[in-house]
Design a protein around this ligand. Structure first.
Ligand SMILES: [Zn+2]
Length: 382
Protein backbone atom coordinates (compact mmCIF):
# COMPACT_ATOMS: atom_id res chain seq x y z
CA UNK A 1 0.00 0.00 0.00
CA UNK A 2 2.80 2.44 0.86
CA UNK A 3 4.35 1.87 -2.56
CA UNK A 4 1.04 2.62 -4.29
CA UNK A 5 0.53 5.82 -2.29
CA UNK A 6 4.06 6.85 -3.19
CA UNK A 7 3.43 6.19 -6.90
CA UNK A 8 0.32 8.38 -6.75
CA UNK A 9 2.26 11.20 -5.10
CA UNK A 10 5.12 10.88 -7.57
CA UNK A 11 2.91 10.98 -10.64
CA UNK A 12 2.37 14.74 -10.41
CA UNK A 13 5.51 15.80 -8.56
CA UNK A 14 8.69 16.00 -10.70
CA UNK A 15 10.71 17.46 -7.81
CA UNK A 16 9.86 14.45 -5.65
CA UNK A 17 10.72 12.10 -8.55
CA UNK A 18 14.17 13.71 -8.69
CA UNK A 19 14.56 13.44 -4.92
CA UNK A 20 13.64 9.76 -5.04
CA UNK A 21 16.15 9.13 -7.85
CA UNK A 22 18.91 10.86 -5.86
CA UNK A 23 17.98 8.94 -2.74
CA UNK A 24 18.13 5.68 -4.68
CA UNK A 25 21.69 6.44 -5.86
CA UNK A 26 22.81 7.38 -2.37
CA UNK A 27 21.28 4.34 -0.66
CA UNK A 28 22.62 2.03 -3.38
CA UNK A 29 26.16 3.26 -2.85
CA UNK A 30 25.91 2.88 0.93
CA UNK A 31 24.22 -0.50 0.92
CA UNK A 32 26.70 -1.90 -1.62
CA UNK A 33 29.62 -0.91 0.58
CA UNK A 34 27.96 -2.12 3.71
CA UNK A 35 30.38 -3.17 6.42
CA UNK A 36 29.25 -2.94 9.99
CA UNK A 37 30.26 -4.67 13.17
CA UNK A 38 27.53 -6.67 14.85
CA UNK A 39 25.43 -4.28 16.86
CA UNK A 40 21.81 -4.59 17.84
CA UNK A 41 20.00 -1.27 17.42
CA UNK A 42 16.78 -0.57 19.26
CA UNK A 43 14.04 1.58 17.77
CA UNK A 44 11.71 3.35 20.23
CA UNK A 45 8.05 3.02 19.30
CA UNK A 46 4.91 4.88 20.31
CA UNK A 47 1.59 3.23 19.45
CA UNK A 48 -1.46 5.45 18.94
CA UNK A 49 -4.72 3.54 19.30
CA UNK A 50 -7.65 5.30 17.61
CA UNK A 51 -10.99 3.79 18.54
CA UNK A 52 -14.66 4.50 18.14
CA UNK A 53 -15.99 1.05 18.97
CA UNK A 54 -14.80 -0.68 22.17
CA UNK A 55 -13.29 -3.59 20.23
CA UNK A 56 -11.07 -1.16 18.31
CA UNK A 57 -9.51 -0.16 21.64
CA UNK A 58 -7.21 -3.18 21.53
CA UNK A 59 -5.57 -4.48 24.70
CA UNK A 60 -2.05 -3.75 25.91
CA UNK A 61 -1.36 -7.47 25.47
CA UNK A 62 -2.28 -7.29 21.78
CA UNK A 63 0.13 -4.37 21.38
CA UNK A 64 2.87 -6.30 23.21
CA UNK A 65 2.24 -9.26 20.90
CA UNK A 66 3.01 -7.02 17.92
CA UNK A 67 6.25 -5.76 19.49
CA UNK A 68 7.23 -9.40 20.08
CA UNK A 69 6.57 -10.21 16.41
CA UNK A 70 8.77 -7.31 15.29
CA UNK A 71 11.60 -8.46 17.54
CA UNK A 72 11.24 -12.00 16.28
CA UNK A 73 10.89 -11.16 12.57
CA UNK A 74 13.60 -8.50 12.33
CA UNK A 75 16.08 -10.70 14.21
CA UNK A 76 15.27 -13.82 12.18
CA UNK A 77 14.08 -15.58 15.33
CA UNK A 78 10.75 -16.71 13.88
CA UNK A 79 10.34 -20.47 13.86
CA UNK A 80 9.35 -20.50 10.18
CA UNK A 81 12.99 -19.74 9.31
CA UNK A 82 13.45 -23.50 9.52
CA UNK A 83 11.11 -24.05 6.57
CA UNK A 84 12.72 -21.52 4.18
CA UNK A 85 13.79 -23.36 0.99
CA UNK A 86 17.51 -24.13 0.96
CA UNK A 87 18.17 -21.93 -2.08
CA UNK A 88 17.31 -18.86 0.06
CA UNK A 89 18.82 -19.93 3.38
CA UNK A 90 22.16 -18.23 2.80
CA UNK A 91 20.60 -14.80 2.51
CA UNK A 92 18.28 -14.91 5.55
CA UNK A 93 19.07 -11.82 7.61
CA UNK A 94 19.23 -11.04 11.26
CA UNK A 95 18.71 -7.31 10.69
CA UNK A 96 19.94 -6.58 14.23
CA UNK A 97 17.02 -4.18 14.63
CA UNK A 98 14.82 -4.45 17.71
CA UNK A 99 11.82 -2.44 18.81
CA UNK A 100 10.52 -1.36 22.17
CA UNK A 101 7.68 0.74 23.48
CA UNK A 102 9.02 4.13 24.54
CA UNK A 103 9.16 4.63 28.29
CA UNK A 104 9.93 8.34 28.17
CA UNK A 105 7.68 10.75 26.27
CA UNK A 106 8.90 13.82 24.32
CA UNK A 107 8.53 15.97 27.46
CA UNK A 108 10.71 13.62 29.49
CA UNK A 109 7.85 12.07 31.44
CA UNK A 110 7.39 8.35 32.05
CA UNK A 111 5.04 6.58 29.63
CA UNK A 112 4.11 3.08 28.57
CA UNK A 113 4.43 4.12 24.92
CA UNK A 114 0.71 3.68 24.24
CA UNK A 115 -1.70 6.55 23.50
CA UNK A 116 -5.42 5.81 23.42
CA UNK A 117 -7.74 8.24 21.67
CA UNK A 118 -11.51 8.00 21.43
CA UNK A 119 -12.60 9.24 18.01
CA UNK A 120 -15.92 9.84 16.29
CA UNK A 121 -14.55 8.66 12.95
CA UNK A 122 -15.87 5.20 11.96
CA UNK A 123 -13.17 4.45 9.39
CA UNK A 124 -10.04 6.40 8.51
CA UNK A 125 -9.33 6.99 4.81
CA UNK A 126 -5.80 5.74 4.05
CA UNK A 127 -5.44 8.49 1.47
CA UNK A 128 -6.42 11.12 4.03
CA UNK A 129 -4.42 12.48 6.97
CA UNK A 130 -6.98 12.81 9.77
CA UNK A 131 -5.44 9.95 11.74
CA UNK A 132 -2.32 12.08 12.24
CA UNK A 133 -4.08 15.00 13.96
CA UNK A 134 -5.75 15.11 17.35
CA UNK A 135 -8.04 17.98 16.38
CA UNK A 136 -9.29 16.01 13.37
CA UNK A 137 -10.16 12.86 15.29
CA UNK A 138 -6.71 11.28 15.20
CA UNK A 139 -3.67 11.51 17.47
CA UNK A 140 -0.73 13.88 17.04
CA UNK A 141 2.59 12.23 16.29
CA UNK A 142 5.33 12.29 18.84
CA UNK A 143 8.52 13.88 17.50
CA UNK A 144 8.91 11.69 14.42
CA UNK A 145 12.67 12.06 14.35
CA UNK A 146 13.05 10.36 17.71
CA UNK A 147 10.14 7.91 17.76
CA UNK A 148 8.69 5.45 15.29
CA UNK A 149 4.99 6.39 15.44
CA UNK A 150 2.54 3.58 14.76
CA UNK A 151 -1.17 4.39 14.48
CA UNK A 152 -3.66 1.55 14.86
CA UNK A 153 -7.12 2.39 13.55
CA UNK A 154 -10.06 1.10 11.57
CA UNK A 155 -8.88 1.60 8.00
CA UNK A 156 -12.01 0.09 6.49
CA UNK A 157 -10.36 -2.78 4.62
CA UNK A 158 -6.84 -1.45 4.01
CA UNK A 159 -4.28 -3.43 6.00
CA UNK A 160 -1.72 -0.70 6.47
CA UNK A 161 0.67 1.80 4.97
CA UNK A 162 3.88 3.64 5.83
CA UNK A 163 5.96 6.63 4.86
CA UNK A 164 9.34 6.21 3.18
CA UNK A 165 12.26 8.05 4.76
CA UNK A 166 12.76 11.68 3.72
CA UNK A 167 10.00 11.60 1.08
CA UNK A 168 7.17 12.76 3.30
CA UNK A 169 6.89 16.55 3.08
CA UNK A 170 5.17 16.69 6.45
CA UNK A 171 7.14 15.32 9.39
CA UNK A 172 3.95 15.15 11.48
CA UNK A 173 2.66 12.45 9.12
CA UNK A 174 5.72 10.21 9.25
CA UNK A 175 5.31 6.66 10.48
CA UNK A 176 3.24 3.54 10.03
CA UNK A 177 -0.54 3.07 10.07
CA UNK A 178 -2.09 -0.37 10.59
CA UNK A 179 -5.66 -1.64 10.64
CA UNK A 180 -6.75 -2.91 14.05
CA UNK A 181 -7.58 -6.34 12.56
CA UNK A 182 -4.02 -6.79 11.26
CA UNK A 183 -2.08 -5.73 14.35
CA UNK A 184 -0.53 -8.20 16.79
CA UNK A 185 -1.41 -11.86 17.10
CA UNK A 186 -4.31 -11.94 19.57
CA UNK A 187 -7.60 -10.11 20.21
CA UNK A 188 -8.89 -8.47 17.03
CA UNK A 189 -6.09 -9.82 14.80
CA UNK A 190 -7.96 -11.75 12.10
CA UNK A 191 -6.79 -14.49 9.72
CA UNK A 192 -4.94 -14.48 7.39
CA UNK A 193 -3.32 -11.30 8.75
CA UNK A 194 -3.15 -12.50 12.35
CA UNK A 195 0.59 -12.96 12.80
CA UNK A 196 1.66 -9.31 12.87
CA UNK A 197 3.37 -9.38 9.48
CA UNK A 198 1.54 -6.32 8.14
CA UNK A 199 3.48 -4.18 10.62
CA UNK A 200 6.75 -5.99 9.82
CA UNK A 201 6.12 -5.27 6.10
CA UNK A 202 5.22 -1.60 6.64
CA UNK A 203 8.25 -0.97 8.85
CA UNK A 204 10.28 -2.42 5.96
CA UNK A 205 8.90 0.47 3.84
CA UNK A 206 9.58 2.90 6.70
CA UNK A 207 13.24 1.86 6.36
CA UNK A 208 13.11 2.31 2.58
CA UNK A 209 12.39 -1.22 1.34
CA UNK A 210 10.33 -1.61 -1.82
CA UNK A 211 8.13 -4.48 -2.86
CA UNK A 212 9.97 -7.15 -4.84
CA UNK A 213 7.12 -7.07 -7.37
CA UNK A 214 6.23 -4.22 -9.75
CA UNK A 215 3.36 -1.79 -9.21
CA UNK A 216 0.36 -1.65 -11.56
CA UNK A 217 1.11 -0.81 -15.19
CA UNK A 218 4.80 -1.73 -15.04
CA UNK A 219 5.85 -4.17 -17.81
CA UNK A 220 6.71 -7.71 -16.72
CA UNK A 221 10.21 -8.51 -15.52
CA UNK A 222 11.79 -5.07 -15.76
CA UNK A 223 11.14 -3.76 -12.25
CA UNK A 224 13.92 -4.13 -9.73
CA UNK A 225 13.63 -3.36 -6.03
CA UNK A 226 17.27 -2.26 -5.81
CA UNK A 227 18.20 -5.30 -3.72
CA UNK A 228 20.57 -7.81 -5.24
CA UNK A 229 19.53 -10.94 -3.35
CA UNK A 230 15.76 -10.70 -3.89
CA UNK A 231 14.97 -12.41 -7.22
CA UNK A 232 13.01 -10.42 -9.80
CA UNK A 233 9.38 -11.46 -9.70
CA UNK A 234 6.02 -10.59 -11.23
CA UNK A 235 3.13 -11.58 -8.91
CA UNK A 236 2.56 -9.93 -5.53
CA UNK A 237 1.23 -13.25 -4.11
CA UNK A 238 -1.51 -11.15 -2.49
CA UNK A 239 -3.97 -13.10 -0.40
CA UNK A 240 -2.38 -16.53 -0.72
CA UNK A 241 0.28 -18.90 0.51
CA UNK A 242 1.67 -20.34 -2.73
CA UNK A 243 3.30 -23.73 -3.10
CA UNK A 244 7.06 -23.73 -3.53
CA UNK A 245 8.58 -23.20 -6.06
CA UNK A 246 7.10 -20.38 -8.14
CA UNK A 247 9.05 -19.34 -11.25
CA UNK A 248 8.76 -15.91 -12.85
CA UNK A 249 11.25 -13.77 -14.76
CA UNK A 250 13.58 -16.76 -15.06
CA UNK A 251 14.11 -17.29 -11.34
CA UNK A 252 12.43 -18.90 -8.37
CA UNK A 253 10.42 -16.27 -6.46
CA UNK A 254 11.07 -15.50 -2.80
CA UNK A 255 7.37 -15.25 -2.04
CA UNK A 256 8.11 -15.76 1.66
CA UNK A 257 9.92 -12.41 1.81
CA UNK A 258 8.27 -9.99 4.25
CA UNK A 259 7.95 -7.39 1.47
CA UNK A 260 5.54 -9.57 -0.52
CA UNK A 261 1.77 -9.57 -0.13
CA UNK A 262 1.52 -13.27 0.79
CA UNK A 263 -0.63 -14.23 3.78
CA UNK A 264 0.98 -13.80 7.21
CA UNK A 265 1.86 -17.48 7.81
CA UNK A 266 4.10 -17.56 4.73
CA UNK A 267 5.87 -14.22 5.19
CA UNK A 268 9.05 -15.34 6.90
CA UNK A 269 12.27 -13.50 6.04
CA UNK A 270 14.26 -10.40 5.17
CA UNK A 271 17.44 -10.81 3.13
CA UNK A 272 20.98 -9.61 3.84
CA UNK A 273 20.57 -7.12 0.98
CA UNK A 274 17.38 -5.76 2.52
CA UNK A 275 19.17 -5.49 5.85
CA UNK A 276 21.96 -3.46 4.25
CA UNK A 277 19.35 -1.20 2.66
CA UNK A 278 17.45 -0.69 5.94
CA UNK A 279 20.61 0.04 7.93
CA UNK A 280 21.73 2.48 5.21
CA UNK A 281 18.35 4.25 5.37
CA UNK A 282 18.40 4.25 9.18
CA UNK A 283 21.83 5.88 9.43
CA UNK A 284 21.21 8.26 6.51
CA UNK A 285 17.67 9.46 7.19
CA UNK A 286 16.50 8.21 10.55
CA UNK A 287 19.65 8.30 12.70
CA UNK A 288 17.96 10.44 15.37
CA UNK A 289 15.91 7.38 16.34
CA UNK A 290 19.10 5.95 17.79
CA UNK A 291 19.66 8.98 20.03
CA UNK A 292 16.31 8.62 21.80
CA UNK A 293 16.29 7.76 25.47
CA UNK A 294 16.60 3.99 25.64
CA UNK A 295 13.27 2.41 26.10
CA UNK A 296 12.04 -0.38 28.23
CA UNK A 297 12.33 -3.82 26.71
CA UNK A 298 9.68 -5.06 29.08
CA UNK A 299 6.60 -5.45 26.88
CA UNK A 300 8.56 -6.84 23.93
CA UNK A 301 10.86 -8.91 26.07
CA UNK A 302 11.14 -12.61 25.68
CA UNK A 303 10.27 -15.18 28.23
CA UNK A 304 13.73 -16.39 29.27
CA UNK A 305 14.54 -20.02 30.07
CA UNK A 306 17.79 -21.90 30.44
CA UNK A 307 19.36 -24.41 28.11
CA UNK A 308 21.07 -27.53 29.36
CA UNK A 309 24.60 -27.89 28.12
CA UNK A 310 27.10 -30.73 28.71
CA UNK A 311 29.92 -30.70 29.45
CA UNK A 312 30.51 -27.16 30.60
CA UNK A 313 33.33 -26.08 30.72
CA UNK A 314 34.26 -28.00 27.56
CA UNK A 315 37.26 -28.30 25.25
CA UNK A 316 36.34 -30.51 22.27
CA UNK A 317 32.60 -30.85 21.87
CA UNK A 318 29.36 -30.00 23.58
CA UNK A 319 25.86 -31.38 23.58
CA UNK A 320 22.88 -29.10 23.84
CA UNK A 321 19.67 -30.66 25.08
CA UNK A 322 16.21 -29.48 24.13
CA UNK A 323 14.87 -27.87 27.29
CA UNK A 324 11.40 -29.35 26.88
CA UNK A 325 9.62 -31.82 24.67
CA UNK A 326 7.63 -30.57 21.69
CA UNK A 327 9.99 -27.64 21.34
CA UNK A 328 9.46 -26.01 17.94
CA UNK A 329 12.30 -25.95 15.45
CA UNK A 330 14.01 -22.58 15.35
CA UNK A 331 17.30 -20.75 15.26
CA UNK A 332 20.15 -21.59 17.64
CA UNK A 333 23.05 -19.15 17.74
CA UNK A 334 26.33 -19.10 19.60
CA UNK A 335 28.20 -15.81 19.91
CA UNK A 336 31.62 -15.05 21.31
CA UNK A 337 32.24 -12.33 23.86
CA UNK A 338 32.62 -9.76 21.04
CA UNK A 339 29.12 -10.59 19.84
CA UNK A 340 30.26 -12.37 16.66
CA UNK A 341 28.20 -15.41 15.72
CA UNK A 342 30.48 -18.48 15.69
CA UNK A 343 27.77 -21.07 15.16
CA UNK A 344 24.26 -20.99 13.81
CA UNK A 345 21.76 -23.75 13.16
CA UNK A 346 18.36 -22.77 11.83
CA UNK A 347 17.02 -26.29 12.20
CA UNK A 348 17.61 -26.77 15.90
CA UNK A 349 16.85 -28.89 17.94
CA UNK A 350 17.41 -31.66 15.41
CA UNK A 351 21.20 -31.49 15.74
CA UNK A 352 22.65 -31.40 19.21
CA UNK A 353 26.36 -32.17 19.17
CA UNK A 354 28.76 -29.35 18.24
CA UNK A 355 32.50 -29.62 17.65
CA UNK A 356 34.17 -26.71 19.42
CA UNK A 357 37.77 -27.94 19.33
CA UNK A 358 38.92 -25.11 17.03
CA UNK A 359 37.27 -22.34 19.04
CA UNK A 360 39.37 -19.95 21.07
CA UNK A 361 39.20 -20.34 24.82
CA UNK A 362 36.73 -18.00 26.48
CA UNK A 363 33.09 -17.42 27.22
CA UNK A 364 30.38 -18.04 24.62
CA UNK A 365 26.72 -17.15 24.75
CA UNK A 366 24.22 -19.68 23.44
CA UNK A 367 20.75 -18.51 22.51
CA UNK A 368 17.77 -20.26 21.02
CA UNK A 369 14.76 -18.18 20.05
CA UNK A 370 11.40 -19.29 18.86
CA UNK A 371 7.91 -17.86 19.05
CA UNK A 372 8.66 -15.21 21.64
CA UNK A 373 10.65 -17.42 23.99
CA UNK A 374 14.37 -17.45 24.44
CA UNK A 375 16.57 -20.14 25.97
CA UNK A 376 20.05 -19.16 27.12
CA UNK A 377 23.24 -20.73 28.32
CA UNK A 378 26.78 -19.56 28.90
CA UNK A 379 29.55 -21.90 27.70
CA UNK A 380 33.10 -21.82 29.01
CA UNK A 381 35.55 -23.09 26.36
CA UNK A 382 38.85 -24.27 27.82
ZN1 LIG B 1 3.85 -2.63 0.92
Amino acid sequence: MADILLQNTLADNPALQQKLANQELLLQSIQNNYVKPRQVLTIPVVVHILYREPEENISDEQIFSQIDVLNTDFRGFNCEIASIPSEFKDVIADTELEFCLAHIDPDGNPTNGIIRTLTNIPTFDPKGTRHFYTDEGGSNAWDTEHYLNIWVANLGGTLGFASFPDLNPNADEDGVVIDYTAFGTIGTAAEPYHLGRTTTHEIGHYFSLRHPFPGPGVPECVFDDGIEDTPMQQPSYGGRCPDYPQFYCGTSDMFMNFMNYSDDPCLNMFTEGQKARMIAALFTYRAALLTSPTCSKEPGSFNELSLVLLPNPASSSIQIFPPESNIPIGSLRIANIAGQIVFQDNQWPTRLSIDISSWLAGIYFIEFYCNGKTWNAKLVKI
